[in-house]
Structures are given as C-alpha cells and as structure tokens.
Design a binder for this molecule. Structure first.
Ligand SMILES: Nc1ncnc2c1ncn2[C@@H]1O[C@H](COP(=O)(O)OP(=O)(O)OP(=O)(O)O)[C@@H](O)[C@H]1O
Length: 828
C-alpha cells in the first residue's frame, strides 16, 4: 500500500482550472407566501415569495450603491478605465490598489499584506481570496458593519490613503462619507417584549414615519405622536434612567421608562430620544424599509445593563481554548461591549457551534437556538453540555420527539426552524413550548445554517421569537437566488468571514486537493443523451459508463491507500445502481433513521467498510471525520453552495494534522455535456476561496484494471437499455423531488421541466414535473413514488436479512469478530 499521503492519483496531466467563469445567479423561490413588500420580479422565471401576480408586487426598494457616486474624471470615462491612475509616492511599500468601482485589490504576497488585510476585512466584503491576489469590495453593508465596529468614515478614508498605491478616488470617499453619515441614527430596540423604532433626531423619525410602509407597521397605526424620552449617555439601551414625555400614551411612557420611576432625575442630562412602537410581526419589514431609506436600523443589546431579564448561570468550562478565528468572530460581535446582531461565516468544521455557545456564555441571558433538524438540535444540546457548565435541567429541547421545558426562570431552548414556523394548531406539550418560546424576551437567538432557509422562515422566526441579539452562523453565505442580501435586515450584517485557505494552513481544517475528472461518453450513450429532453439528460450524465469506471478506479485506488471515501450522487437511481454494482452501502432520503445510524456507525468504525454512497441528505451537518476522500458523480446543477458544503465533509478529517496529509475531492463530469457548464459554475466559490481544480482527462492504465465494469460493448449496450427504460419512467424524478422536499437545505426548491430551478406552488406534492398527465390526474405519481421507495428499502432490508453479497458477508464477519473479542475480553 503506498504510504505517501500527498500523492494525487495517477493521471495524465491536464490543465489547471482555477479562475473559472463567474456564477450566474439562478432564480429560485420559496414555498410560503409573504406580505408582498418587494419585487424585482423581472429577474425571475418562476413565482417568488410574496408574489401574488405582478400587479401585487411592490417595487423592491433600491439600496445605496457605489454606482450612485459616479467616477468620472473626464467625459465618457468609466470606473474600469485606469489610464489616469494617480500613484502615491512610495507606492511600492503599499499593498493595495483601489478602483473607482469600490474594488480593492490586495497583493497578498506583499510583506505588509497582513496589516492591510485586517483593515480590508473590517471595511469591505471579501470577493475572492486565492493565494496571491485578493479582491475585496466596499459595499453599503460592509461600511455599515465597519461604522458599527467603531470606525468613523474619516478613519476609513485615512487608512485607505495610508495603504493604497493609488489615490483614493473622490467618489469612493464620498460613498464612505455618505454611508457613515446615516449609520447608527436609528435603532430597533426590544423592551418589555415590545419593539421600538428610536432615534435621537426628530427629523430622521419624521422622514421614516412619512414612509407609508413604516407608517403601516406602527402598533398605534399612527394615532399617537412619538414618545419622547431621555436616555443614559449616547447608548440608549434598555436601561433608561429617566423620561420626559410629550404626547406619549401612558402605556408607552411606562414601557419606555420602566415601572420604577424612582430615578427620574438621574437621566436628566441624557439625550432626548423619539420613539414609536412597531408591531411584532412587522419588525423585519421596518428594518428592510429603514435600510432602503438609507437609515439602517441598528440592533445592539446592552446586556450588561439588562436588569429586567433573568441571568443564566452559564460559563465556558475551564480549559476551553477558543481558536483565533472564533475569537475574532466574537470580537466583532461584542466589540463595543454590547451584542451586535449579525452573521458569522466560518468554513465547515471550523467550529461555528462553539462561537454560538461562547456568545451565549458572554450574554448570560435566555438563549434560543434554531437548528435545521432534530439531529442537529440534539447535537447542539450535547455541545452545550460539552463546552459549558450549564445545568442540564436549564436546557430545553423542542423537536418532534422531545418537548421538555427547562426548569427555572430562564435557560437554553433548542428547536428547529420547522417547529417554529409550523402553523398547525398545537395542543399539550407543543402548545406549552410555543408559549414558552414566544411570550418571553430572550437575550440571544442563534440561527444555525442561516443561508438555507427561505427568507420567509426568518421573517416568521424574527416575528414570533423576541430576542435582543441575533447571531446567524453559516459556512457559505451563498444562495443561487438574490435573497442573501435580505439577511442584512432580517438578522444583521456579516460580522466576520474567515478565509478557508488560511484556516487550512493553520491546521484548523484539512488541506484538500480538488480535481475534475472528465469522462467521455461512449458514442451510443452520447447519441441518446442528445436526443433526451433536458430533464432526462442528467440521468445519462450520471450513468455514463466511463464515469462509472472512473468512480470504480478512484474507489479502488483510495481504498488501497487506507482512505475512507464518500461518493455523492443527487440522482437516486444512479446512487442505487452504482452502490449495488460496487457492493457498497448507500443512504438516501428514503432510508429509515435506524438504518442510517447503523450504516454510518459501520462506516465510521469498521475497517471493512471504506466507501459509503450518499444522496444529498449527506450534504450538511453530517459529522464523518473519518472521511478523507469525496467523489461526486451527480450534483444539483450549478449550485456553488452544495459544492462548498460537500467539500466541507472532508474538511473535518480527523487526520488533518498528520504530516503531509491531504484530503481529496473529485468531481466526475461527463465530457461535452451540460455537466461541464454546471461544474464550472459550482466551483466558483471554492476557486474564490483559493482552491485550484486540476483537470484529469485520463486515469492512468484504467483499461488494465481487473474487474473493470462495462468494459465490453455488450455490457454498455445493456446498461444503455436500462437507462433508457429508466428515463422513460418518471419514478426516479418523483423520488428525487420527494428527496428535495425533505430537505430544508434546498430552500424548498425543485426543478422545472427545463432543468432550471422554479417555484413550488404549494404543498410538498405540488409543482410541475415531467410525469405523465394520466399519472398526475390520477395521483399515480405519488403511488409510483411510494412503490419505488418501498422497493428500494425492501431490497436493502432483504440484503440485510440474507447476507449473500460480499458487503453483507463482510458485515456479518465483522460482527462475529467483535462478538468473539467481547467474549474473549469478558472471559479473560
Ligand atoms: N476551540 C476548539 N477547540 C477544540 N475543538 C474544537 C474547537 N472548536 C470546535 N472544535 C471541534 O471541531 C469540530 C467541528 O466543530 P463544529 O461542529 O462546530 O463545526 P461547524 O463549523 O459547525 O461545522 P459544519 O458547518 O460542518 O456543521 C467539533 O468536533 C468541535 O468539537
């Protein structure tokens, strides 16, 4: 067995593919309907959230952009014209270039790059960070985050002047000034379970209240004049010291002042604040409007002065060492001693859970954690118990199988998005848990995998769970629709984004070698592929016999090195055929939980099981640190997010700190097919993170491999016959749709006839599919699905009962061996 871990598999050298085509955003949409507050519908192919016919959709408010500050040195000159670039004296000692478009290019190889990078991370969005040259961009959100962290526009411009090789373009300076001017003027404050829109400047409040959308969101429907209060110092947090009142309702006054008016005089010198109460269900709508009106509403929580909500006894266990990137994330959140709401972006396996837990330990008030599913929720509870001294009785789990409130006045409540957004009438335990969740104030709400759920889910969650601070966690702030920007007002700005390359260099995540293996299609397959409709083409791509052979070759190569391999296929039919032919276990949406657990344990612990086939159920939240190699045979079109998340499965490799260790990620692509286009799109995010995809056009001596499948024309013809039969049937499509519907990670997406993502119209069974009309009318489509599902499970179970295949014989042998070991141990 070769021992060198860095060696890539034998191959005929091909071209490197770093720096591929830029992503095109595929339109997507959400299942649920929301209040039609915005549009930009023209960009979409399918109906979108909130769309009830074009007429009902209001124009999406345009946010401030650097294009509002044109860069024109002479007529007809645009921001990409660098002919008049004025260089600063001593430009060689500076590592940054700045363009009139707001782009910042960092020479990462420059001796002073590390210092400049700290500034760029604080003020700009990282766009692309490969090894030598990084690109950042100044955006309104990045500048708001910078100002929130305590930088003034003057500081930002002065720092840019210090680090840039060329003069800071005047339009960029104006843009920075403009963003800084309005930031921090307006706050959204939660007090005594009610939301208030507050500002110290009455003119600003007048502007905001004149907006019809905001006016509609007022709790008093505009019947009261704004409350006027005086607050402590510049930071008017929940600890109001005194109040004066001109026209506020007695109720508003009492809420704003607190019930105890003993210290009325103490705050007489504080600034005057003007406030209106906002309806609970309209908080995100108001935040969105404020952003569009260029007065982003700041959400900060002065938890140290919160004497209203009960304290939670929670601390990190002694000896817990927070990693540098975790510390940086927390510094961004608690920079000024208060908790800022926002999003932390860390690669898979970098330790997002501990960031959320450490934030909870800092705030020390009630915490709500929203996870993507029950398994993830249970993992959160285990992590709380592992990293903190919190009393287990203070942790409540609210998932489908378990609904137990915490003891005492406050605690940690862990639940799933689905539990909160489920609109069915509740009774018993569920009703009590919902009441616990929605009727109190929480110090912190942690939103795990914040990129996955549709915006409406977050609107619902933000509307019904009243939390002072919100922390979103994700590895990839990517969606193929244009809804990522919505998170800026639904949760908060991006607080921190770590560089994948840096973390792998520091050993916090594994180093990965990425390769795209081109698999030519035999002519008879290619002919049928060209004839097939767009919907069936992915099946031909996945079932390409050359791809199967490449997969077989790579599995054999890596198994011989002692690697553990995960093979991903979105196409369930291909998944089953590959796994059965290669005699490997496979898991997909229809596999029962018990079966999943059994197979996963077997993969983790048995030396006899080195390869596991997974459908998209394995894309996220699957903790398999044993896996060191990924092979992707079929994927979800051009999804950058899926590509990054799949790569994430090997980033947590246990052996990552071994000398010279490398994990491997292979994407098998059928040559000259639509897969090549999608593959290029999928890789964009990873290429931007600094990963280079090598292209393998020929696997060395593959034709000499013993037992190579589909080596004869007859075998290939037989395979083609089966694939054609499968393409005819719609059962595999139904299977896939069902699988997609079961996954929150898909944001309730499915695919239209043309192979483009389109909107689901209603419940899980609705939506256009390529099934036959007769089956759709009779409901036979679902019948086919159930039959198919049963059949697949039956085969699997039968195999388990009768271990006639090598794989199941191996399982039986392994069980026997362990039993003997145990018997031997106990008799000894
Ligand atoms: N500071 C730390 N010290 C030691 N171990 C840590 C630390 N932070 C995280 N870990 C460990 O690293 C592993 C990965 O952490 P975690 O599951 O939080 O990653 P993640 O970023 O949430 O990954 P994913 O996005 O794939 O869910 C866990 O086993 C966790 O216990």
């Amino acid at each position: 067995m070769p021992s060198k871990r860095t060696a890539p598999p034998p191959e005929t050298p091909g071209a490197s593919k770093a720096g591929k085509a830029s992503p095109s955003s595929s339109p997507r949409s959400c299942t649920r309907q929301s209040t039609p507050t915005r549009g930009s519908a023209s960009k979409l192919d399918g109906p979108r959230e909130g769309r009830k016919g074009a007429a009902a959709v209001a124009e999406r408010p345009r946010q401030l952009d650097i294009s509002d500050f044109p860069y024109l040195l002479r007529p007809a000159q645009d921001s990409r014209d660098f002919t008049a670039l004025a260089l600063e004296p001593g430009q060689q000692t500076r590592p940054v270039w700045i363009a009139g478009s707001g782009s910042l290019i960092l020479e990462a190889f420059h001796p002073l790059a590390a210092h400049a990078r700290d500034l760029l991370v604080a003020i700009a969005e990282p766009m692309s960070r490969p090894a030598l040259v990084h690109e950042y961009r100044l955006t309104v959100h990045s500048l708001y985050a910078a100002v929130a962290a305590g930088l003034t526009p003057g500081d930002i411009i002065a720092a840019l002047q210090r680090w840039c090789k060329n003069k800071v373009p005047p339009n960029v300076a104006r843009f920075i000034q403009q963003c800084g001017k309005s930031y921090g003027k307006v706050k959204l404050v939660l007090r005594k379970a009610r939301y208030w829109l507050e500002t110290a400047d009455p003119a600003v409040l007048r502007v905001l209240l004149q907006d019809p959308e905001i006016a509609r969101c007022r709790a008093d429907h505009g019947t009261q004049v704004p409350a006027v209060i005086a607050a402590e110092g510049a930071g008017y947090g929940p600890s109001l010291l005194a109040a004066s009142q001109r026209g506020a309702t007695p109720e508003a006054s009492s809420l704003l002042h607190g019930d105890d008016d003993d210290n009325d005089d103490d705050g007489a010198n504080g600034p005057v604040i003007h406030a209106v109460q906002i309806r609970d269900d309209k908080v995100s709508a108001v935040a969105e409007r404020c952003l569009a009106l260029r007065y982003p509403a700041l959400e900060e929580y002065d938890f140290r002065n919160d004497h209203v909500n009960a304290d939670l006894d929670i601390d990190l266990r002694p000896g817990t060492q927070i990693r540098p990137h975790q510390e940086q994330s927390l510094n961004k959140m608690f920079g000024n001693g208060r908790a800022k709401s926002g999003i932390v972006v860390l690669p898979c396996g970098a330790g997002k859970t501990l960031v959320g837990i450490a934030a909870a330990c800092t705030i020390k008030k009630g915490v709500v954690v929203l996870a993507t599913g029950s398994i993830a929720a249970v993992q959160w509870r285990d992590e709380f118990l592992k990293w903190t001294n919190v009393d287990p009785a203070s942790i409540a789990l609210f998932v489908s199988g378990e609904k137990s409130p915490f003891a005492g006045s406050t605690g940690v409540l862990i639940t799933t998005y689905a539990m909160v957004t489920n609109t069915r009438a509740r009774a018993g335990e569920s009703a009590r848990m919902i009441e616990l969740l929605t009727t109190r104030e929480w110090g912190l709400m942690v939103l795990d995998e914040v990129h996955v759920a549709p915006a409406q889910t977050f609107r619902t969650v933000v509307g019904c769970v009243k939390a002072h601070a919100k922390l979103g966690l994700t590895a990839t702030l990517l969606r193929e629709d244009d809804r990522v920007d919505d998170l800026n007002f639904l949760i908060g700005p991006k607080l921190y984004e770590a560089s994948w390359l840096e973390l792998s260099q520091q050993g916090h995540i594994a180093r990965v070698q990425c390769a795209e293996v081109w698999c030519p299609m035999p002519s008879e397959f290619y002919e049928q592929y060209l004839r097939a409709g767009a919907r069936s083409r992915p099946l031909f791509c996945a079932m390409n016999p050359t791809k199967f052979q490449a997969c077989q070759y790579l599995i054999r190569y890596h198994e011989s090195r002692g690697d553990k391999i995960i093979v991903f296929s979105d196409n369930v039919y291909a998944l089953e055929v590959y796994a059965k032919k290669l005699m490997k276990p496979f898991l997909y949406g229809g596999t029962s939980n018990a079966e999943r657990q059994e197979v996963l344990d077997y993969f983790r612990n048995s030396p006899d099981c080195s390869t596991l086939f997974l459908s998209k159920i394995g894309d996220t939240s699957l903790d398999l640190p044993e896996a060191t190699v990924l092979i992707q045979i079929s994927a979800q079109y051009g999804s950058r997010r899926q590509e990054a998340q799949r790569l994430g499965r090997v980033l947590r490799a246990k052996r990552r700190n071994e000398e010279g260790f490398n994990a491997f990620f292979y994407s098998l692509v059928s040559k000259d097919t639509v897969e090549m286009v999608y593959s290029a799109k999928r890789q964009v995010f990873l290429v931007d993170q600094g990963y280079a995809f090598r292209v393998i056009t020929q696997l060395k001596n593959i034709e000499d491999m013993p037992g190579l499948a589909y080596a004869t024309p007859q075998a290939r013809r037989e395979l083609l016959r089966q694939v054609l039969a499968e393409a005819e049937s719609s059962s595999w499509r139904a299977e896939e749709e069902k699988e997609a519907a079961g996954l929150l990670a898909d944001g309730n997406m499915f695919y239209s006839r043309e192979g483009r993502p389109a909107a689901r119209q209603g419940g899980s069974k609705a939506g256009p599919t390529a099934g036959r009309i007769s089956s759709a009318v009779s409901g036979g489509r679902d019948m086919t699905y159930h039959d198919q599902k049963k059949r697949a499970n039956k085969v699997f179970t039968e195999q388990k009962k009768a271990p006639h295949s090598n794989f199941f014989k191996a399982i039986a042998r392994e069980k026997e061996r362990r039993k003997k070991q145990v018997d031997h141990g106990s008799s000894a």
